[in-house]
Design a protein around this ligand. Structure first.
Ligand SMILES: NC(=O)c1ccc[n+]([C@@H]2O[C@H](COP(=O)([O-])OP(=O)(O)OC[C@H]3O[C@@H](n4cnc5c(N)ncnc54)[C@H](O)[C@@H]3O)[C@@H](O)[C@H]2O)c1
Length: 316
């Protein structure tokens, strides 16, 4: 998002605690355009971090602890980084008179969906602490938008993959296969089937929603699914990653959690979002299928794992 906003000529301030970030901010965006970086824990923003909201027209709130699996063991940390931080960012935005607020939510707010593809009108029934914090964050964004006249949106992303990603199934498989190229531990029974979207497509979708929001009345709030039209299984992802790494005859060792073959507590086995709302209202469409997105992401991430610098800011 930062790369894209800077490319489009926006003046951007990045706030990140660097808890998980792989970017060396000072070096990364050097010479690119108007971008400044403030290291800041959004659970308790103060000083320069808090002051940086003044004069901002829009906030894209993407900071979070994205590890669904890890949150099972440390729910409090996720509550703080996802829900408390979201409230703090909203509060700083309200006080500073920010006009547009875009929130990174997640498909996990639906839990185990009763309907596939899942529309935005589906009830919010998360089965993970992560999903619950995102559902709660959405409600805060909605209420702040209506009460304080911001134009707000929550984007329920499917699995987003691409360069610089350091969590999720592709990174897990690359790391494991680099350690042992003959044997791959697969969390779950391998039949989990989900939708994957390339990060460039996700950024395009986010910009499409942002550009629409800018035209809306103050106090307007909307929710959009952001995903792909198709889905693939964990077994297929394992095959793609093995092929990208040039490996043959890898033995898959399954490690299911519970009777349903989930990967971990809170793992949603089937995820496919209905994206007709965003495509109908903004004209945005995914350009890569789930398989193409996983393949391209795996190629980038394999290079990064081997210590080669990934593509720079103008990658597509
Ligand atoms: N990647 C996906 O598949 C996916 C899917 C759905 C939703 N999302 C959401 O999109 C957003 C970005 O995800 P990502 O995959 O790029 O994750 P990421 O971990 O790469 O980025 C999240 C960033 O938030 C920062 N952060 C965490 N806690 C913070 C705090 N208290 N204060 C300041 N910064 C903090 C981390 O340092 C990191 O740079 C997250 O909100 C995530 O929940 C991601």
């Amino acid at each position: 998002m930062v790369d894209r906003l800077v490319e489009e000529g926006y003046r951007v301030t990045v706030l990140d605690s660097l808890a998980h970030s792989v970017v060396e901010p000072e070096e990364y965006w050097k010479g690119l355009g108007e971008v400044s970086f403030i290291k800041c824990d959004l659970r308790r923003p103060r000083g320069e971090c808090l002051r940086s909201f003044r004069g901002a027209f829009a906030v894209f709130h993407f900071a979070a602890d994205p590890e669904v699996r890890a949150a099972y063991r440390r729910p409090g940390q996720q509550f703080e980084n996802n829900l408390v931080a979201t409230w703090r960012v909203l509060e700083a935005s309200r006080r500073a008179g920010v006009e547009v607020f875009v929130f990174a939510s997640s498909s996990t707010v639906y839990g185990d969906p009763r309907e596939l593809p899942t529309p935005e009108s589906h009830p919010l029934e998360p089965i993970s602490v992560y999903g619950a914090t995102k559902a709660g964050g959405e409600q805060l964004v909605r209420t702040y938008s209506l009460l304080y006249g911001m134009r707000g949106a929550s984007l329920r992303y499917a699995n987003i993959v691409g360069p610089r990603l350091r969590h999720g199934v592709i990174w897990d498989f690359i790391a494991k296969l680099r350690r042992d190229p003959r044997r791959l531990e697969v969390l779950g029974d391998g039949t989990q089937r989900k939708s994957y979207l390339y990060v460039g497509d996700a950024v395009d979708a986010t910009m499409a929603v942002y550009n629409k929001l800018v035209q809306e009345e103050a106090g307007n709030y909307a929710v959009y699914n952001v995903g792909n039209n198709d889905w693939i299984t964990v077994n297929e992802i394992a095959d793609i990653v093995a092929k990208v790494l040039g490996l043959e005859k890898v033995e898959y060792v399954y490690k299911p959690w519970g009777r349903e073959g989930r990967g971990w507590p809170g793992d949603v086995k089937l995820m496919l979002l209905d994206i007709r709302k965003i495509t109908g209202e903004t004209g945005w469409r995914p350009t890569l299928t789930s398989r193409e997105a996983v393949d391209l992401a795996a190629r980038h991430m394999a290079l990064e794992a081997a210590g080669q610098r990934g593509p720079g800011p103008s990658w597509r």
